[in-house]
Design a protein around this ligand. Structure first.
Ligand SMILES: [Zn+2]
Length: 234
């Protein structure tokens, strides 16, 4: 076990500042030179692990203005929790001493749109492995749909807000991580780990905090949820 070197709040503040630099165009591009590369050749000690969607517009180190050795990054389409994801995050927290996990969603997510398609009465065909992998996104789509449409369980893509479904899926992803790992749950309970769910806005580059657990004080937490029905907030 490696104890965290910083508090969850300190790790979050670094990430928030980095995103603010990216948004304003004031990037410092830290830790991207040969000196840093050499410093890291014997080991890594990142303070933040990031689990996000694979979308190419969501490059982790770029949007948080970080560099080599700063982030332990795990990504797949639609940030779907799987055993390999839980194992990687447990390694990041228990062995590398990460104090913060960021779960990174974004608006206009193709995985969420595909899950909406799968929730209609006539889904378009998609590769079997993709359809299977996206199953964990369907409960979020269904919850958002049924909150306002009780006449049919089949989703009309024209009548559902995909970004709202994405926020619900993000909240459920954070919940699933906690349910999937005693190591992560105990680290949060001990005050050593924070988990923040963020929805990234593709147009202006801002990360919007949607949910958080652990010892964290985050500005605007859940502000976007206020647009949603109370039934969708946690
Ligand atoms: Zn996505």
């Amino acid at each position: 076990m490696t104890p965290p070197r910083v508090t969850p709040q300190q790790a979050w503040d670094e990430m928030a500042l980095g995103n603010a630099r990216f948004v304003s165009g004031g990037q410092q591009h830290p830790h991207q030179d040969a000196q840093r590369r050499g410093q890291l050749s014997d080991g890594q000690n990142p303070d933040t692990a990031l689990f996000g969607c694979s979308d190419s517009r969501l490059a982790a180190e770029i949007i948080f203005d970080r560099g080599l050795g700063d982030l332990f990054v795990i990504r797949n389409m639609g940030h779907i929790v799987a055993e390999s994801i839980v194992a990687s995050l447990e390694f990041a927290v228990a062995e590398l001493g990460c104090a913060l996990i960021i779960v990174l969603a974004h608006d206009s997510c193709g995985a969420v749109k595909a899950a909406i398609n799968l929730s209609t009465d006539s889904p378009a065909a998609m590769p079997p492995a993709v359809e299977q992998t996206l199953q964990p996104v369907l409960p979020a789509v269904q919850q958002v749909w049924l909150a306002e449409n009780s006449d049919t369980p089949y989703v009309d893509p024209a009548k559902i807000d995909p970004d709202r479904a994405g926020r619900r899926h993000l909240q459920l992803t954070v919940n699933t991580l906690l349910h999937s790992s005693v190591i992560l749950k105990d680290a949060v309970a001990a005050g050593k780990l924070g988990i923040v769910g963020l929805q990234y806005a593709l147009d202006d580059g801002v990360v919007h905090p949607i949910c958080a657990v652990g010892p964290l004080n985050i500005d605007d937490l859940g502000a976007r949820n206020k647009q949603d029905s109370p039934r969708e907030t946690t």
